[in-house]
Each structure stands twice: as C-alpha cells, then as structure tokens.
Design a protein around this ligand. Structure first.
Ligand code: NAD
Length: 487
C-alpha cells in the first residue's frame, strides 16, 4: 500500500500497533485507491498514551521555557526542510492539490511552531502590590491535553493545537480524523527528532468512539476539537462532566458582503478563494456571498467566467487548482445540498454536477458550483455544506445586510469588500463573527487569533490569545507581617 505507515499509532516515542483495534481504510479520493489500513486504538493503546503523556508532561514542564521553545523551533525547521515530502503525503491523505499543500499545510504548521516556540519564554505572571503584603501570579500548564482533528487540514490542525499546548508546558495526545490519519504521525516523529521527550506528543488513531474515550478519560485536563457543531456539542458536554478546559473550533456559514463601491475583481477573488480553495472544505469559508443588487449581474457574469477557468484534475499535478472532495461520502452529501438548492428555487449559475477528469473516473470530483438568487431561508443558505458550493444573495442597504449576515447560529468568520474603509470597519464591528477580514479573505496568519463566536466555537487558536487557553493562573498571596485572625 502506497502510504502505509509503520504502525497505526505513535506513542512514547515509537510506532505501536494493536491489531485487536477495528480496521479502517485510508482512501486517496482522487482515484478511490486504498493507500493505507489502520487499526483504531484499543483501550490498551489509550492507557499507554495517557500514561506516557503524563510522564512526559512532568519532565517537559520542568524545563526552562526557553528550552521548550527551542524544541518547537527545531521542529519547525525540520518540517520546512521536509515540506515537499510532507505536502505529497498530505495530498494523498486529503485529495487536496499539491499546489495548495506545498504552501498552506506543513508550512503553516511550521509557522505556528516557530511562533509559539518564540513565545514560550514570555509566559510571565504579574506582581500585585497590596500595601504591606503582595501577591503574584504564575501561568501554569493545564497538564495533559487531547487534540481531535477534522480532515481538511490534518497537519495544520495537529500543529495549531500542539504548538500552544507544548509552549505552555503541556503534553498532547492527538487523534486525527479517521479520514486523514497519516500526517500527524509524521509530526510526532519530527517532535522526537527535534528533542521532545518521548510521550510529549502521542498520536492515537480511531473513529469518534476513540475520541470520546479520550475526552472522558479522568487523567485528561483539556480538550481541543476541530470539527462540526454536532460533534462539538457532544465533546463539550463530555468535557463538562469532568470540568475540563475546552477549545472548540467548529463549523460556519460565513458571510462575505460586497458593497457597490468594492473593487469587483478583488471581491470575486475573495469569494472564489473563500468557496473553492481546498475544494470548499474550509470551516471559515464565506459561503453566503451578499452582493449589492446594483452590481449583482456584473459580479455574477465575471464570477462565472473566472470559475470556468479553474483547473480541476489530479491533485498530484502541480497545475491542478482543484482536487476531489475528501471522500465519496462527502461528495454525496454535497450533491444532496445541490439538489436541495435547485428544488428550493435557487438559480444554478455554474457547476452543479460531477466531473471525471481523464483517468480519474473513480475520483470524488465535483464541479465548482455557484447558485444565485439564493434567499435566507433556503437550506443551502443555512447549513454548512463543506464543499465547493457558493451561494450568492443580493441586498439593498447596510442595516439590512448586517441583520441578514448575523441571522445564523454560526459566527466563525465574515468579510466586507468596500472602497469606503469607514464603512468597512463600521460593518465588521456589527458582525457577530470571531475572525473577520476587510478587503481580504481566509488569510489566517499565526499572529492573528482564530476562532468563532456563537455555535462556531469557544476559545481561540493562534496569536497570544491561544496561550491563555493552554495555561491556568495560580495566584500566590505573600504575607510579610503577622497573620491577622479574629480568634
Ligand atoms: P466531525 O465533527 O465529523 O469530526 C471531527 C473529529 O471528531 C474527528 O476526528 C472525529 O473522529 C471526532 N469525533 C467524532 N465524534 C466524536 C465524539 N463523540 N467524541 C470525540 N471525538 C469525536 O468533523 P469533520 O467532518 O472531520 O470535519 C468537518 C467539520 O469540521 C466542519 O464542520 C468544519 O467546519 C469543521 N472545521 C472547523 C475548523 C475550525 O477551525 N473552526 C477547521 C476545520 C474544520
């Protein structure tokens, strides 16, 4: 098998297998070929991962923070030096084109490790003068963290969770999505090569049941999930039972608002990027594109023209701009939404059907799809599709579009395109979303906190803000005089 790892799990510094675990297959969705077979973690593997994670955490937290930072920065350098190999594996794992993975996946993981490696030594507390006495605070690790990933950005998600956790002195057990199990194993290998203690970053594989066992394990202190809202509700509830810390990076149905004074080519670029990159499988995608009525037809005709030139094909080919969906099941889900869009009266402007690039007839491909005349109540305007399906809605004035943009349970992202920067800031200030852009879309540099409001999540990844979610404050009161007591 073309991408079979040495074993399913990476625990305590080495690959481990337990063939008693349920078998699941990893499929390259461009061809339908099974590229690896793995075993889900058994209870024995989970217990080993927990015990080794707890051991490693103590050793790691005892290091000077600057030494911890150095390990993370070394891991970043190793990832960069292996970018091609890691990107090729990511392409096999996800079906995303190499043109994307070579710039957006391992390299984003490396940026994150470098950034938090640099911040590790800056995790200071404060001193609080109290007259005669004083107090101080310490930022302490949470302990053993569990990271659970979605399938769209396996390497990036593993690093976005591991980097702030490790910088804060924690250990992590990471469970990749069962759809994309391969790349996190490589990150685990790289941490060991970079000098991390064995067990600091363990990878265990499996479906939701393995994730659920990790979340409710009494020795686990924090859970960070990237996944859908329904999974988030379950994981949040299970973590609450053990009063565990959580970070929830969940789904979205984000608005892109294009005013009549916007640079139309720019706005179209943003809308295409925010709907078609990674074959539309991005949580922060701007899948509700609100276009001012006066420019709607101009916007749509140019959008359709540019969409027609997207190069769809074998994701291993450098020229390919769009690959297949992650799986055939995901394609069926997306197709069902397309059918709903048609049935509910949206106007199909582009795509809407399967495509079969030559030699890839068994791949999970679908054409980039655009619906116009979408109304707020249509299913395709309300539910997260997670595929290359753009909904264009039209609007007349600012108050109306703000209210409609906010009329969703989600609150992950939003963007405004306008030449009037006063309006840009004003509108973004009124939008209920955690990650926003003005005249840009889906840029998520590690320096900027990323995360959602409302049902889209709790907590933030990236930026200094992430460290707050991986450390806890201890307050220490220091008495410098006799102890007061009423007795
Ligand atoms: P999913 O919710 O089906 O699965 C996510 C992960 O949770 C998988 O690893 C899965 O095995 C695990 N899981 C499932 N049930 C569980 C349970 N009961 N307990 C513990 N773990 C469990 O999501 P997906 O289909 O893999 O990914 C797509 C979703 O992820 C979309 O909704 C997308 O918006 C979201 N996403 C969010 C972000 C973000 O940062 N906000 C990023 C990427 C993807």
């Amino acid at each position: 098998m073309r991408a079979q790892p040495q074993a399913s799990h990476f625990v305590d510094g080495r690959y481990v297998e337990d063939t008693a675990g349920e078998v699941f297959e990893n499929v390259f969705s461009a061809t339908g070929e099974v590229i690896a077979k793995l075993h889900a973690a058994t209870d024995a593997i989970i217990e080993e991962a927990v015990a080794s994670g707890r051991r490693a955490q103590k050793e790691w937290a005892a290091l000077a923070p600057v030494e911890r930072g150095r390990v993370l920065r070394r891991a970043a350098d190793i990832i960069r030096s292996r970018n091609r190999e890691l990107s090729e594996l990511e392409t096999l794992d996800t079906g995303k084109p190499i043109q994307e993975t070579i710039v957006a996946d391992a390299s984003s993981g490396a940026d994150c490790l470098e950034y938090f490696g640099g911040l590790a030594a800056s995790l200071n507390g404060e001193t609080i003068p109290l007259g005669r006495d004083f107090a101080y605070t310490r930022r302490e690790p949470l302990g053993l963290c569990v990271g659970i990933g979605a399938w769209n950005y396996p390497t990036q998600i593993a690093c976005w969770k591991a980097a702030p956790a490790l910088a804060g002195g924690n250990a992590m057990i990471f469970k990749p999505s069962e759809m994309t199990p391969l790349c996190a194993l490589k990150i685990a290998e790289i941490f060991i090569e970079a000098g991390a203690p064995k067990g600091l970053f363990n990878v265990v594989q499996g479906l939701g049941a393995v994730g659920a066992k990790l979340v409710s394990h009494p020795a686990v202190d924090k859970v960070s999930l990237t996944g859908s809202v329904p999974t988030g509700s379950k994981v949040y509830a299970a973590a609450a039972a053990g009063i565990k810390h959580v970070t929830m990076e969940l789904g979205g149905k984000s608005p892109i608002i294009v005013f009549d004074d916007a640079d139309i080519e720019n706005a179209i670029s943003g809308a295409m990027l925010g709907n078609f990159y990674s074959t539309g499988q991005i949580c922060s995608n701007g899948t509700r594109v609100f276009v001012h009525r006066s420019i709607k037809e101009r916007f749509l005709s140019r959008l359709a023209e540019r969409t027609a030139s997207i190069v769809l094909g074998d994701p291993r080919n450098e020229e390919t701009q769009m690959g297949p969906l992650v799986s055939h099941a995901q394609r069926e889900k997306v197709e069902a939404y397309i059918e709903k869009g048609k049935a509910e009266g949206a106007r199909l402007v582009a795509g809407g059907e399967r495509v079969a690039p030559e030699g890839l007839e068994d791949g999970a491909f679908i054409a980039p799809t655009i619906f116009a005349d979408v109304t707020d109540d249509m299913t395709i305007a309300r539910e997260e599709i997670f595929g290359p399906v753009m909904c264009v809605l039209d609007f007349e004035d600012e108050d109306e579009v703000v209210e409609r943009a906010n009329g969703t349970e989600f609150g992950l992202s939003a963007a405004v395109y306008t030449a009037d920067l006063t309006r840009g800031h004003r509108v973004i200030g009124r939008i209920e979303a955690g990650t926003c852009w003005i005249n840009a879309y889906n840029l998520t540099p590690v320096e900027m906190p990323f995360g959602g409001m409302k049902m889209s999540g709790v907590g933030r990844e990236n930026g200094r803000a992430a460290l707050e979610h991986y450390t806890q404050i201890k307050s220490v009161y220091v008495g410098l005089g006799p102890q007061d007591a009423p007795y």
